[in-house]
Design a protein around this ligand. Sequence first.
Ligand code: XMP
Length: 512
Amino acid sequence: MAQTIAVLDFGSQLTQVIARRIRECQVYSKIYHFSTPAEKLREDGVVGIILSGGPQSVYAKTAPHPDPAIFELGVPILGICYGVQLMGHFLGGKVALSKEREYGHGHLTIKRPGKLFATLPRKLRIWNSHGDKLTRLPPGFVATAGSENSPYAGIEDAKRRFYGIQFHPEVSHTEHGVDMIRNFLVKICGARQDWTTRDFIAHAVAAIRSKVGKSRVILGLSGGVDSSVAAALLHKAVGRQLTCVFVDNGLLRKGERATVEALYRRHFKIDVRVVDASALFLRRLRGVVEPEQKRKIIGRTFVEVFEKSLRQIGHADFLAQGTLYPDVIESVSIAGNPASLIKTHHNVGGLPARMKLKLVEPLRELFKDEVRAVGAVLGLPREVVWRQPFPGPGLGVRVMGDITAERLGILRNADAVLQEEMMRSGYYWKVWQSFAVFLPVRTVGVFGDERTYDYVVALRIVESVDAMTADWARLPHDLLQKISSRITNEVRGVSRVVLDISSKPPATIEWE
Ligand code: XMP
């Protein structure tokens, strides 16, 4: 039985990031509702508690408060941001209300390293995001570190093993933040560092089995990393109770459908139903040129086709989805701020409720790199685990303007050449995305002795860390030359290849 670190969640969007950092330290943690009774934590064998941040003031009427008995459990506690104010409030210190939020970079000066800051440099850049702050220490506490705005940026009561920090060690902007968390886990709580991806998988498999029982589970497989890892994990958990649906919308890359069939059906022996709806998608997209309109049609048609295929498959109780933690955050921020919706990303939003399906989302707490690690341990090939992102609307937003079978064919062939050369040279693994775009522009060329009047293909090859910003990849000229001459030689209908050298912003990664 793994030793558990309890993270009490007071409503910060960073709570899952704390959990992620704990996993990085190979320690097992569990996120609990802020009001969880201390008795429950004791029963669960918790060896340490982290109080998360939160958006409220400890004095607010609706402020989330923990069970005060957690301070009597005798286990170490680390309060982060709102968490340290709770310690002040509950243990006899004083917290001052502040109308202004202190947000962004700050500087920490460590005065007494103690166990929390052991072996760290004395001066560190930190990340703040708080309104109220501690103005008087609770009895038994001493200040261990200060910042420009607070003499109590770090506090401790080493005897009771209570520690508090005003800033956020879990975000990457705080230097040595993970080391502070590791010090708390290992040096203070004495946690063993033995929690691995294999343990996560074993845990997830058990959780899926207990949730699903003998019921049938359906999963929409797209071939992307998330749904692929979810499929492999669910298959490990419930075997033939899982049925995957792969919709061929006619907007896939060359060979994609065959690859998916080969891998999941033949290799993993998963029950995959391929639904060929390409004719329907192309019919509905005829004459549509506006990108958002395309997305809406593709999204709506997908849901319709998926729903119909579910009815044909027969009764199921569960719908599995490869939702990741960043998707959870994104849907929250999009819901709260319509301006952040630059392009509508299609998903199967309303489907589960309409179909009376319960959701299984085994990757909901993970970040992308963790999902890749899970996929690798489950035996998915490198081509899947490290696959570049591919948009839901597929080639539909890579054929500029009107989508026709001819244009899709040209794009597919040009894109296949690009992928092949990217793979062969190894650059496929180094860039964020590499793809071709079809431009409905004809230009003059010569082929042999003949004058041609053919289409243009653009190459979009970008580097990025999170797709929020991106820059065009500086590939060797020889490689670009090879890609270009192979496309113009091998792909009929293309006489010119251009390279997109725009960064994001102002350009987006996709052209539509
Ligand atoms: P942009 O073009 O906005 O793309 O810079 C950022 C990332 O999102 C992908 N993308 C999409 N993914 N549905 C998706 O599932 C979409 O409609 C969509 N549009 C863009 C894009 O490939 C890039 O990785």
